[in-house]
Design a protein around this ligand. Sequence first.
Ligand SMILES: *[C@@H]1O[C@H](CO)[C@@H](O)[C@H](O)[C@H]1NC(C)=O
Ligand SMILES: *[C@@H]1O[C@H](CO)[C@@H](O)[C@H](O)[C@H]1NC(C)=O
Ligand SMILES: *[C@@H]1O[C@H](CO)[C@@H](O)[C@H](O)[C@H]1NC(C)=O
Ligand SMILES: *[C@@H]1O[C@H](CO)[C@@H](O)[C@H](O)[C@H]1NC(C)=O
Length: 567
Amino acid sequence: MRMQLWGLLFLVLTNIVHGEEVAGSTAPTKPNIIFILADDLGFNDVGFHGSAQIPTPNIDALAYSGIILNRYYVNPICTPSRSALMTGKYPIHTGMQHTVLYAAEPRGLPLKEKILPQYLNDLGYASHIAGKWHLGHWKLEYTPLYRGFRSHVGFWSGHHDYNDHTAFEHNLWGLDMRNGADVAYDLHGKYTTDVITEHSVKVIASHNATEGPLFLYVAHAACHSSNPYNPLPVPDEDVMKMGHILHYKRRKYAAMVSKMDESVGQIVDQLRKSNLLENSIIIFSSDNGGPAQGFNLNFASNYPLKGVKNTLWEGGVRAAGLIWSPLLKKRERVADQTMHISDWLPTLLEAAGGPSALANLSQGLDGQSIWQALTHDEASPRRTVLHNIDDIWGSAAVTVGDWKVVKGTNYKGGWDGWYGPAGERNPHAYDWQLVAKSPAGKALVALKMLPSQADQQRLREAATVVCQGQSSQGSSCKATAFSAPCLFHIRDDPCEQFNLAEQYPEVLRDLMAELARFNSTVVPPSNKPADPRADPRYWNFTWTNFGDSFHYDKEPIIGDLSLVLKN
Ligand SMILES: *[C@@H]1O[C@H](CO)[C@@H](O)[C@H](O)[C@H]1NC(C)=O
Ligand SMILES: *[C@@H]1O[C@H](CO)[C@@H](O)[C@H](O)[C@H]1NC(C)=O
Ligand SMILES: *[C@@H]1O[C@H](CO)[C@@H](O)[C@H](O)[C@H]1NC(C)=O
Ligand SMILES: *[C@@H]1O[C@H](CO)[C@@H](O)[C@H](O)[C@H]1NC(C)=O
């Protein structure tokens, strides 16, 4: 009797201690959010989609132990995609739908838009950004530190050289690297991917969890091409590691991807060291489809998807993406849930603050929270994805359910084909050991979260897109600005080979009606001609916030500005 009593007391006591421990360490803490955005990475440039050509073991480790987003859509090009990520709105609703923001343009993502870090800060987050912004800098108020981020080491424009950090655009040339609002002259010569990694690791290492959760936006320059005189800058030693790739420019591109994969590993490793990993959500995503076979002087691959970056074909808008977190109840799977990049804002808000956090969202959001659908593997609330409407180029596309309509095309149809390389697709060529041995893999093994090799193999196979060889129906699509729209059954025909517009006129009519509905809500594109004040020669050869304090009596450092001023 006495023994039993003591036993009971012991049980009660240990439960209290255990309960307190649980409450103290995990109860009200919101998850840290690490959003890693690759630039111009192709669908086929990660190992988990079936090609073994470019080793990406760190990214793959996260993919296999998290959720591979296999029906994940982005906008076809940088600025529009980033604007959708930050606002939760389609670019047609913020004026950001037409091409990119050029460094000399006096415009930016409208200041009336409340953006992701600002929403998260309301919930107690500390937000930081490392890397590329590309949403406006002509006035300081458009730049990251004025829009919710506490720190920024990176650049304001769309691309730059990875070593000297200069950006060449429209015959203008200037330095674009910042530490906060200051020009980072001191970072000259440091490889951009390393600069971004170092800042990310520093933010994680110095994060004080008692002051709230962390939101870190890692916006890599990789694998965007650089200036025309040296489009693919990457250290020689990394190029040599990719010696199995015969095409030299593809080899350099692969080295840039590999450097970025190592960065992902270092970030995961630091999260582990800082004891933040177990309570983190990590997202890895490309901003748009890959520029293949010389597009933008680059050599990505979206194989077997059609088209490239800045086209509305699947190769332009269906992106490599994953979400990883111990908070996801149904992990280790390939998600069929349709998702658009604008969904991250409400999705992450719900992950951070529960359903009530969504009550605070601004009106007119296009994004939908798919947090519940992802965590419990339920049907996605998203059925329709507007890929874009660009009346300047005369192209538009929308997906509703299993169907997609494409009207018009960009580049006069010049990039409407299928581009390789397919890469090494024999599963035995993929080095499975590399995954577990990578820094991210090791961190996941320590958390007992890395699936068995057999499961990894199964997931990788399920995430590989295979084209239908032939169809009894359909014709090829000749999309021009004036031609009839093309219709695809995108679930059965992910490679957009069979135009079914003639066979399914009523489906076509419904999708065109959907497009017309979106079209009636379009905000005019905000693009502006280059502003002569932006010329870096006025500003010690830097790209800067020229709209804040320009005086026309200012002397350029050198050169004849008449050329610029005439435009
Ligand atoms: C973390 O923040 C808390 C609360 O502001 C403070 O008391 C503590 O000293 C900080 N820890 C470190 C290591 O800075
Ligand atoms: C709504 O936003 C306000 C600040 O604008 C914040 O104080 C509040 O906690 C938010 N509410 C929820 C439920 O997220
Ligand atoms: C959208 O509407 C505008 C103006 O009404 C029209 O010129 C344009 O062709 C429409 N675009 C599409 C894709 O329907
Ligand atoms: C101008 O740029 C050079 C590097 O190109 C730098 O050393 C110098 O400090 C800059 N001058 C000013 C006034 O910022």
